[in-house]
Design a protein around this ligand. Structure first.
Ligand SMILES: Nc1nc2c(c(=O)[nH]1)N[C@H]1C(S)=C(S)[C@@H](COP(=O)(O)OP(=O)(O)OC[C@H]3O[C@@H](n4cnc5c(=O)[nH]c(N)nc54)[C@H](O)[C@@H]3O)O[C@H]1N2
Ligand SMILES: Nc1nc2c(c(=O)[nH]1)N[C@H]1C(S)=C(S)[C@@H](COP(=O)(O)OP(=O)(O)OC[C@H]3O[C@@H](n4cnc5c(=O)[nH]c(N)nc54)[C@H](O)[C@@H]3O)O[C@H]1N2
Ligand code: SF4
Ligand SMILES: [Mo]
Length: 707
């Protein structure tokens, strides 16, 4: 009998998810046979989510891209022929050199996001490569950028409350986050606190899975959180529930904030949010008087025009009540601020030639279809770690652009995604267990290692190797284009920083994960005595002379558009663009606000092409209230079309009390090639008030029976 060689290896989930789970890969005879959660990791706790629990199957899925391919049929037809790596790289670099000769390097744009969160194969490579080329910079602000601007203005680049310290919280507000689906490993900790008596409040316009498990669900209208937070301030100050000692010592601008909050009464906010004034007062009182109180800020909070201002208002609350004094008190945004990565070395912004234009990824459709005024038109795009056709706004414009005969599209992918299907050249990329990396986390305080333990199938190679080969062909000589993946890891982390005390790459390889040296969950109260990493060391209720900017937490490592337009020096409620109240003319045609949050069973668009994942998640649904359904003669289960002037998509109506009238909910990720349109066909590519964040919850639509 042939002996079976079974080994285990440390993994780190590379998906765009705050949990960054530590995983255990099991390999038998060179094949990945199982992937489990690491039971020793305090957040992963041995469990993966529904998307990843059979991750090995994704590695060997029959639709996996295995060879470089060249398009043979019309764009988007999915007709390709297999070619060799040499042919592919030759063709790409020959085309690029010709474009550079004729139009200059700015006619080329990279497009990538966090589809892989590895330092080496996610954050790196491409940026440095295209910066060296002098390509147009692609500004990436999909996720948390408005929130980052608001957070930095108020409290500076701090991790805030350790997500693990929520175990000590007595009052928890999950604000605009569907943790049960999107942050399950934090939700376990929240549940532990709940079992120990903490009250869990979920603030969400609809009854999400998380709202269903809350002690109290508060459902403001989408985009009205700023009013709710301002009215909480009003009540806290009016009733003398503020922590005046904390305010006097550790905050800036209280007098001005109190003045602003004077007219922001609970009745005023009730009118705007649809939440009863008494509920708003109760929330304010409970939050102020039940310590430790912690707020988890969700990414979805920023997705309306006033999203940045709302997050500023919310971020002020724990300083007003002194919640920061306690372990498990304060607010949690992205712990990534505490991670010691050398983004300058990873992305090499120093290579960007002066005056290089910037195009925001959210507006890529407008840039490609000719709607945006550009000095040099875009003639080529390379896409990796991202799938704009499904995920970016104004999808029909993107598709129109990708159909252009004179646009040369290169796509590195695992599957023939909605975007890759329009490519001229497709490159097969390696997956999780096939490459060495460290995976960034924006949801906890651990470094996470991922070992290469199996060979890639077919001719797939890791992203960084793709860029190493392209750099060699383009003749780029910088040393970073020659570093091996292991060498990259040595260079990309500030191993000498205090946060890495006692941790090095070898120990990380051995243990798989390491907690940063930033205190423990049981003693960490980083702002007990102020110590905010702001210019004054205080929490800023007021920021004199504030201007808009794009924060650089992940990969926008260039100067951005500073100084941007002036911002209000204080937080406040700022109305959404598209609501019946703010845009009654548009609302006559399109009376419903659509929310398009994450699907429970998909990871953005990943897994939405895999049969058993689609089966578990169910087909595209549209949650609609009985009132709105009756008005349109819609029965439960009917196929409906959701549309506005930007486009439309179809889904199955689910009539439910989980949404109130005026709101519909349809989750994100479904592939355009497998469905009739997607949620992003109706979403606008306008920005919110801060950080160029997207307005995915600020869109009016109409719903009708599909014909
Ligand atoms: N299963 C799963 N998990 C994921 C992902 C996935 O695709 N699937 N994606 C990952 C990524 S990239 C991210 S950024 C995170 C995001 O994770 P979350 O921050 O949870 O984001 P969403 O799921 O978009 O929205 C969360 C909730 O916010 C609500 N919401 C929308 N607009 C508003 C508003 O104006 N105010 C308030 N109070 N609530 C609002 C929505 O109804 C929704 O229930 O999830 C990550 N995890
Ligand atoms: N309507 C609406 N739209 C949204 C959102 C929303 O809530 N509502 N959320 C927004 C948010 S928060 C985000 S983060 C964005 C996400 O937007 P994207 O990052 O564009 O979305 P993904 O679907 O995760 O695309 C990642 C792609 O990278 C590929 N990939 C994964 N790993 C690798 C690798 O190692 N190499 C290569 N070459 N490819 C790889 C995957 O197969 C997948 O096709 O979407 C945004 N869009
Ligand atoms: S997608 Fe998120 S929850 Fe699921 S295994 Fe990966 S890191 Fe963990
Ligand atoms: Mo995201």
């Amino acid at each position: 009998m042939a002996s079976v060689l079974k080994t285990t290896h440390h993994g780190g989930c590379p998906h765009d998810c705050p949990d960054t789970c530590s995983m255990v890969y099991e390999v038998e005879n060179g094949k990945l046979t199982s992937v489990k959660g690491n039971s020793e990791h305090p957040m992963t706790r041995g469990g993966l989510c529904v998307k990843l629990k059979d991750y090995e199957k994704r590695h060997y899925h029959p639709d996996r891209l295995l060879h470089p391919m060249r398009r043979t049929g019309p764009k988007g037809s999915g007709q390709f022929e297999q070619i060799s790596w040499d042919e592919a790289l030759d063709e790409i670099t020959t085309r690029w050199k010709a474009i550079i000769d004729e139009h200059g390097p700015r006619a080329i744009i990279p497009y990538s996001y966090l589809g892989n969160q590895g330092l080496v194969h996610g954050l790196n490579g491409g940026d440095a490569f295209f910066n060296k080329m002098g390509a147009t910079v692609c500004e990436r602000t999909f996720c948390g950028e408005g929130s980052c601007t608001a957070w930095l203005l108020t409290v500076g680049p701090t991790a805030g409350v350790d997500p693990e310290s929520f175990t000590h919280s007595k009052y928890i507000i999950i604000w605009g986050c569907n943790s049960v689906s999107t942050n399950i490993h934090h939700w376990h900790i929240v549940k532990d606190a709940q079992k120990k008596g903490a009250k869990v409040v979920v603030i969400d316009p609809y009854k999400s899975r998380t709202a269903k498990e809350a002690d109290w669900h508060i459902a403001p209208k989408p985009g009205t959180d700023g009013a709710l937070a301002m009215a909480m301030m009003h009540t806290i100050i009016e009733e003398g529930l503020q922590d005046q000692d904390y305010i006097d010592n550790y905050t800036h601008g209280y007098e001005a904030l109190a003045e602003r909050a004077k007219s922001r009464t609970a009745e005023w906010a009730a009118e705007i949010t649809g939440v009863a004034a008494d509920d708003i007062r109760q929330l304010a009182r409970e939050f102020a008087t039940t310590q430790p109180a912690a707020i988890r800020l969700g990414v979805a909070l920023e997705r309306n025009y006033g999203g940045g201002q709302a997050i500023r208002a919310i971020t002020c609350l724990p300083a007003l009540t002194g919640a920061w004094r306690h372990v498990g008190g304060g607010a949690l945004q992205f712990p990534v601020w505490e991670h010691p990565y050398k983004f300058d070395v990873i992305s090499r912004p120093d290579l960007i030639p002066e005056g290089t234009p910037v195009i925001n990824a959210i507006q890529i459709g407008r840039a490609l279809n000719g709607e945006m005024e550009l000095d040099v038109p875009i003639k080529s795009m390379m896409c990796w770690n991202a799938n704009p056709v499904t995920q970016a706004a104004e999808t029909d414009k993107i598709v129109e652009g990708l159909m252009r005969d004179d646009l040369f599209l290169v796509s590195a992918e695992h599957f023939l995604s909605d975007t890759a299907s329009y490519a001229d050249i497709v490159l097969p990329a390696s997956m999780g267990a096939e490459l060495e990396d460290m995976v960034l986390s924006w949801g906890h305080l651990y470094l996470t290692y991922n070992a290469k333990c199996v060979e890639s199938p077919g001719e797939a190679i890791p992203n960084n190797e793709i860029f190493r080969r392209l750099a060699a062909k383009m003749g780029y000589e910088e040393e970073n284009f020659k570093w091996s993946d292991s060498e990259c890891l040595e260079h990309y982390v500030d191993w000498d920083s205090p946060a890495c005390d006692g941790i090095d790459l070898n120990s990380l390889r051995e243990h798989g994960f390491a907690r940063l040296k930033v205190g423990t969950k049981d003693d960490r109260a980083p702002h007990k005595q102020g110590n905010f990493p702001t210019p004054t060391g205080k929490c800023h209720f007021e920021v004199e002379g504030a201007t808009n900017f794009v924060a650089p937490p992940f990969r926008q490592m260039y100067e951005g558009f500073q100084p941007g337009e002036a911002l209000d020096s204080l937080p406040d409620y700022v109305a959404s663009r598209e609501t019946p109240e703010t845009n009654p003319v548009l609302a006559e045609k399109y009376p419903l606000n659509i929310i398009s949050p994450k699907s429970h069973g998909f990871l953005n668009s990943c897994y939405a092409n895999i049969d058993d994942k689609i089966k578990k998640q169910g087909e595209q649904f549209v949650l609609i209230s009985a009132t709105d359904a009756d008005l349109r003669n819609i029965q439960n289960g009917d196929s409906v079309r959701v549309f506005n002037d930007r486009g439309g998509f179809e889904g199955k109506a689910q009539i439910t009390d989980d949404v109130s009238s005026g709101i519909v909910v349809a989750t994100l990720g479904y592939w355009r090639q497998l469905n009739k349109g997607t949620v992003n066909c109706v979403s606008s590519a306008e920005f919110v008030d801060m950080g160029h964040a997207p307005t995915f919850t600020d869109n009016l639509v109409q719903v009708e029976l599909a014909s």
